[in-house]
Each structure stands twice: as structure tokens, then as C-alpha cells.
Design a protein around this ligand. Sequence first.
Ligand code: ACM
Ligand code: ZN
Length: 756
Amino acid sequence: MLRRSIILTAVLAFVLTAGMIQADEVSIIPKPVEMTVGGGEFELTENTKILVEDATQQVGDYLAETFEPATGFDLTVKKPGWFESKKNIIELTISDEISVGDEGYHLDVTPEKITVQGSDPAGVFYGCQTILQLLPAQVYSRTEVKGTEWTVPEILVLDEPRFEWRGMHLDVCRHFMPLDFVKQYIDYIAMHKMNTFHWHLTEDQGWRIEIEQYPKLTEISAWRKGPNGGKYGGYYTQDQIREVVEYAKQRFVTVVPEIEMPGHSVAALAAYPELSCTGGPFEVRTEWGVSRDVYCAGNEKTFEFLQNVLDEVIELFPSEYVHIGGDECPKVRWQNCPKCQKRIAEENLEDEHELQSYFIKRMEKYLAGKGKRLIGWDEILEGGLAPNATVMSWRGMGGGIAAAKSGHDCVMAPVSPTYFDARNSDSEYEPAAIGYTPNTLGKVYAYDPVPQQLTDEQAEHILGSQAQVWTEYIETPEHVEYMVLPRMSALAEVVWSPKKSKDWPGYQQRLAKQYLRYGAMNANYWAPIPKGLQEKNAFMQNGQLRLEEPVEGAVIRYTTNGKVPKADAQVYTEPVEITEDCTVIARTFMPDGKASVPVVGEYKKVTPHESVSVKNPKRGVKFSYYEGNFDKLPDFEKLEPAKKGVQPGLTLPDDVRENSFAVKLQGFLKVRFFGEYTFYTTSDDGSKLYIGDQLVVDNGGLHGSQEKAGTVFLKPGYHPITVTYFEAGGAHSLDVKWQGPVIKKRNIPANVLFHK
Ligand code: ACM
Ligand code: ZN
């Protein structure tokens, strides 16, 4: 692979001259393994022919169909004959001579012809996706675009995916998504060179797949009470499912169906209450969350029902995997059910967790008998993992690590950062979403599915990763688009591109064109927010507003009167002096006119803090440590500490317990220079930082690790500093940083912290 590319690099470098297309103008996402750009270009015309062989016919037809709406060209797709011209052709072949792995391809564009060689048809398909990205972004338009030259730069690309599982999940149960959008979603998956569509088809709030043996699943389970008294829901017929599976197959996307068990199954129980422990009655749930009512694990009829359902599911989905859910199954009904208790006794099970394990193992065996593999959320590890099960790790990476260490395959799907139902940013203008901290584009891009603690051999068990789109708060296809675009382009790069090629600035540069593609598709993508605006800005005489366009080609518009900027608002071009208290609101306007959500910054004129005198200052800060049940910052005055002492810095004391506790840190900060100081806290859960009596950083509330900042002006000398913190249980952390005159952002060092 390398050898050939080195030779071609030399040849192409020779012809590269000024004014020609440069490598940084090429925007291939996910970034290819290797690429060399030359000086010429290929022009796609109505006479371009697509040459195929048997194995690439499907891809050739797809490519011609995909070109058609925007270009208006009805390209000929044919097998080559001796009389064919050697010019103006796109040749699609399978080759076992190229040195790329499964799904890999080799793309060679010269002014005369384009050659795609794939190691398999999927590889050829991905080579064609790259061709689309090399064309002007308008090629993604669904209507004809006149007056465009459809040119492709001379280029050589060698490419293959890093992971075999590159997926997107979609919950169509909390809110039903129309069939056309499901296909559109598959198109998004394919254009990002992803290959797995995890279709979450059953839930407490709705059953979405027709099962012929159980008609009540679509008569009753597919519908719930709507918000205005009507009924809400829908389902896909088996014909529609087959249509989706075929559509996906044409795009090398495998559809993995998810049929939830033993929990998240109230919709099915509403139709068949005899499958529950209590006998019901039940209604298809209208509230989100977790239900206590689940399938009865002691009743043989439950297994008969699920096996019959799976029989039909298996017929519909050629996927090697069937996802059986397995998550969030409360055990309270099983604890009180004679049938479940009898099962526990007869099977010599330790407890209800082992009963869950019994349930999953039984389903795994059933699926294995049908030639299928079981995959489930990481709760399937509880009570012992079924022998050949694959784990989908959502509660962090821990489940995946445990699976990989015990020799099981896993797919990484951690809440942070692959739950795309989390907000895109912490702008207060983001649409209502589930309460996780935002999974920003940057966070998704920085993610790596392979945890460091695994050996190379264990890491082989990580099949890849996928993003989750749960739809409690997402009611429409447009809103799904807003949550997945462009984050799935970042995830695509994570799961496709070599780890060593991670390059955030380069990715952002390429993203500029990706946004144009989304725009050409009329997709309701999330437009990136302006960079650089802090929430709180304190100034003395003059403040400064400094912003940065988040992507090339976009402009920022802003107001200082508290109104949301519209398309005619002031354009930001350079730093702006602020002289009075005001609220700045800024938005990005994309080249296609789309605007981002607003970001808000408060500017406040302040007087500097006077220093205080401290007699006999001693090194270190005082800490008080409290035990109790805290879900917010307590009133420390009313509490008796479990421990007190002095420690060097603004950190959590040593030896804190795992469950709920609170901490107060108090001391004096010695400041050398007059000026503006910004303090930052990153904490899990909440914290507050005070200088004197002023609350400077408000990072309170129950949350995962998140950073907040605040600014004050300090005169030289000693300033009282207090940090309060609480932990509600689970992970705990506190990190305090500052930045000021001649101080780069860093932790506050022990040599400026004192107490008396
Ligand atoms: C899940 O989010 N309950 C898998
Ligand atoms: Zn039971």
C-alpha cells in the first residue's frame, strides 16, 4: 500500500502548481487513511459512463441514481466491452491486489477517468461516497442545480475503516418516525461511511413492528393516549420493514433490530397482560422513565411469546445480530411473583439478578439455534453473561471493558459522548432535552472507543461504536437531524479514521464543506455556535467582546440590547469595546442562511476587590468535611463536620467516602499584580467559588463533571477564597483553576494559598 502511494505522491507532487486544488480544499469526512492531491481534474458530464462488473453493478446503479437529481444526468451504467472509450469513465471494480482490508477502497482520479477498486462491494461503495464528497456540495441537492461544473480533483486515496461496527441507533418508540425518514436516516449513515442501523423497535411507550402471530401488538401496543386526548403512535408493516432492510442493503447498512426484554415492555403487556407477573391490566405508557412492570420470567408463556416474535424478526432481518435490550429491568415484580420465585428455586439461582441472567441466556441459546448472535445493553452482564453474548456498553465504558476482559465482543455506546439525545451545547436556547450534560461536537470528536486499560488482544473485542438517539424529547424528523448532524460526522471520523490522524482543526476545516452538503440536502443540521463568549464578563472601564467564527464561511451577528439577533443584526468583524452593563447575544449565520442557537454573555461594570490584611499567614487552606445525604449544596452553618484540617490546595480532602458528602474549603489567596482574574471550577457534582462574599463561579446543582468560570478584579494582597462542594453519590471530582495577569490558565498553586 505504502510503496505504490509513495511513487504516486512523487508523480503528483511534480505536477502540482500554484492555483490548483490544494489538499486542504479537499473535504473528505471521515478523513481517509492516505490521500494525495494532484493538479488536474476530472469533469463529470452527461456522457460519463459508469463501468461495472457483476459484483459492482449495484453500486454503479446507486451512483448513477445519486448523481441524477442534482446534475440532471442520466448516466449509462454498463459492463465494459473492447470498443469502449478509455476516457470519461468511472470504473468500479473489486480487486484483491489492493492492500486495504474489508470495506476498504483505492480511488484514483485522473483527468481521463476515475477508478474505484474495492476489496469488496462495500469498499467500492465507500469509494463512491468519497467521489460525491470531491464534487461540489450541490451534488447532494435533491433538485437540479444548473450552471455548476461537476469537477473532481485529481487525487489518489487509499482508505479503510478502523472499526467494523460503525453505527447509529434510533428510538422510533417514544416518538414514531415515518418510513421515509427512516430511509433518510440510512442515507445519512451511508454518506458518513457508517454501516449499522440499530433500530429500537419496542418500548414501554409503543411497539412498532408488525408481528403476524400477535395482531394485538399493532392493534393495541402501537398506540398510546396522545397529549390532547387523541391516540398517538404507529408501526411498520412487515412489507415496510423489508423495504427498509432492502434500502439499507443497497447502501451496505446492516439493520440490527432491537426487541426489548425483560424490561421496557409495557406496550406489549398492555396487549398481553398474562405475560406479566401481576396480570395487569396495563396501558401503553405515556410517561418516560422506567416501569416496574416487566415480562414474567417464571412464566413459560413469556418465552413462547418472545421466541415466536423473534422467529418473525429473524425472517425479516438478515443481520447476524439481534438486540434484546436487557437494560433497566427493575426486579420488584419478580421478587413478589410466585412463578418467578419458583423459577429461581428450580434453577438454583442466587437471586433476581441471576434470574435476569437466566432470561438472557435462554434467549441467547434460542437465537444461537437460529444462527443469530445476541447483543444487549450492559445490564446483561448482571448475574453472569451469556456465553456468546455481545455487550453494548452504555453506562460508560465499564461494561465494554468487563466484556472485553472476559473475552466477549462489545460495542461502545457510552452516554458521554455517544448519546446524541443530549444537548449540542449549553446555550440556554437549545431545545428541551434529556438532562445529561451536553455532548458537544468537540467531545464527540475527542472520544476514543478503545480504553487505555485494555491489552491489544482485549481491544480486539471492541467491534466499534455507535451513537444513540432516544426520542423522549425528539418528536420530529427535523429534530432528529438537529441532534445527529454534524455530530455523526465526528463519530464517523472516530470509528473510521486511524486514531493517529485525529486533527480537530483539520476536521473543523473540512466540516465547512460538510455543512454545505447538509444544506444542499435540506437537512435541519445544528449550526455551530460562535466561539469565545463567556457567560459572565466583569470589566472596570472598558470590557471587550471577542468572538470567533466557528467555521469558515460563516458570519456572526450580535446584539447588545438583550434581543436575539436576526439576519439583519450587526455583523461581528473585530473586537468590540463594551463600556456599559449589557447582555450580548450572538449567533452564527451559515452560508446557506441557517442560524445557530444564540449564545449569551453578561457584561458587568465592577469595582475591584480590596485586599484584606492577614496577620501571620500560614501555608495551606482549611477544610471541613461533612457526611450526610446531599442533593445540593447544604447550609454549612447548620452542619457539624465529620473532619476538619488544613491541606495544601483547593482539592477534595484525602479519604472521602464513595457516597454522599460535602466539603468546604476556606483560605486566602495571595495576589501579586492588580488585574482581572478568571476562576474556573470543574466539579462532579456541584460547587461554588467565592472571593470575599461575592459568588464568582456558580457551578452548583446536581450534575456530572462540567466547567464553569467567572471573573473579578483583584487588588494586590490577600483575598478570602471559599469553595463549597457536594457529592450526591457515584463519581466525585473537584478541580479549581485560575487565570490572570501573567498567569496562564492552570490550577491555583499551593504557594499562593494561606490560612490564619
Ligand atoms: C439505555 O439508555 N437505557 C440503554
Ligand atoms: Zn413473574
